[in-house]
Design a binder for this molecule. Sequence first.
Ligand code: MLC
Ligand code: AMP
Length: 503
Amino acid sequence: MNIYERFDPVFEAAGAAPALLCPGGQDWSYARLRGAVGRTATALTNLGIEPGERVLVQVEKTPQAVALYLACLKIGAIYAPINTAYTAAEVAYFLDDAEPALYIAAAPYIAAATPLATSVKTETLDANGNGSLAALAADATALAETVPRADDDTAAIVYTSGTTGRSKGAMLSHANLASNAATLCAYWGWRDDDVLLHALPVFHVHGLFVALHCAFLTGTPTIFLPRFDAKALLRELPRSTVLMGVPTFYTRLLNESAFNADACRNMRLFISGSAPLTEQTFAAFERRTGRRILERYGMSETLMNTSNPLDGERLAGSVGFALPGMEIRIADAAGRTLPADAVGGIEVRGPNVFKGYWGMPEKTREEFRADGFFMTGDMGSMDEEGRVRIVGRAKDLVISGGYNVYPKEVETLLDAMPGVEESAVIGVPHADFGEAVVAVVVADETVDKACVDAFLKDKLARYKQPKQVVRVDGLPRNAMGKVQKAALRDTYGDVFADHAASD
Ligand code: MLC
Ligand code: AMP
């Protein structure tokens, strides 16, 4: 079934009730959102978008962007959102890979990226919600019917970078999205009087699916902030009940002296995910507010896999139990289940697990076991009770402020930089971002942070660029010739220590 068929009756019944509360802007009721979805669906249909075709979307966080997402679902198109921080060079890759029938972005993005890629139809959607798509939708009559989709049809492609440096598009089906949304609503006890405080971007699974779907299945309001801003959150907390965030949200809130138990008096749930929540942050949060953050674990390919309990004990350092209907095992390299508390690869199976990577059947096969378990690339353990702990990653990945940075992608560019012989990119503890990107380079003395910044400026999104560049005479290697990143992390683990002190 098309997941929009689950939302539509809820939206209709909610009617004039608030859907998206937009501080400083106009609030949207569910009736208004439903109308915008229907009109945008007509606009897309009139543009010739067929079911199964991809719509590549790189837009700021606005109610119109939400309507666009839902309209793509409604017409059975495949929604493919990408980060607004990507440079034109990065967007060109997605345009070629997704082969979209339509690319929607603000006008300057389109002007910069489209000359670099295969020709594609475009429409604009600006940061204020206006643009050519909005104009087409304004004149349209709302599409009444929702295009039928089978459970296994792809609803969205979410790009997640690959270890080779090439992004892979994870294909999520209508059933993947619907089952995970229903599971989370039930597990987190979503209530009719819940108000979701939303400050995440809407181009990743956390902000788009995990957060918004809970509100959409229940017809409850979302306070829809354009981005994370600690002061804005403090203003909105008293009328909110649930916050979902990456750990950086919580460390930044704790940096605010006004953030205390009283500021949280109306809140029933603080949820964290997308990156490890440190035991220090968990403990500091409990000391300050008397509340325990509920940590859960997921990924683009699988949506949410585990969660700490709503009513039972939430433990620091644990991502909780397998969600209902999902199977988790800790396995050795051959896929054999390990005993309790042993550390191995985290493997998952269930209705939440994606269909495969878009256009990469080989890659898909490599990451699934014959019995259908998906190898997450995360390392962890499970205790006798079923509580999962994540202890590290088998994949070479840095998670900075909840954004993934694949070292290989940065290294490939750095290695081509004049003056650089070779490079190794690592993640180093950082008080604000959890981990931050550091480049260790074998290079001549002309190479410093400023010239790396200048070289990468048009090639790589800002958040992927090294926050520190260290020049060395050689990289440590093992007997096989492989760079020993763990040794580099040990050596340079404190490069942001001053930053930690000042934060
Ligand atoms: C911004 N910058 C970052 C960064 N975000 N650098 C490293 N890592 C990040 N995450 C850069 C900016 O370009 C800027 O660079 C500088 O840092 C300061 O910017 P800022 O204004 O302070 O950034 P801000 O807007 O506050 O963003 C920080 C943030 C944001 C943490 C609020 O990154 C964010 O919203 N992250 C959430 C990501 C997310 O949704 N992940 C979910 C993925 S889904 P300069 O040098 O120019 O000043 C997933 C599955 C799951 O993982 O389990 O959920
Ligand atoms: P993404 O590819 O952006 O979906 O990121 C998914 C990755 O984020 C996972 O494979 C984990 O490595 C990491 N992740 C998500 N949630 C958590 C968590 N609660 N603790 C530690 N790592 C997490």
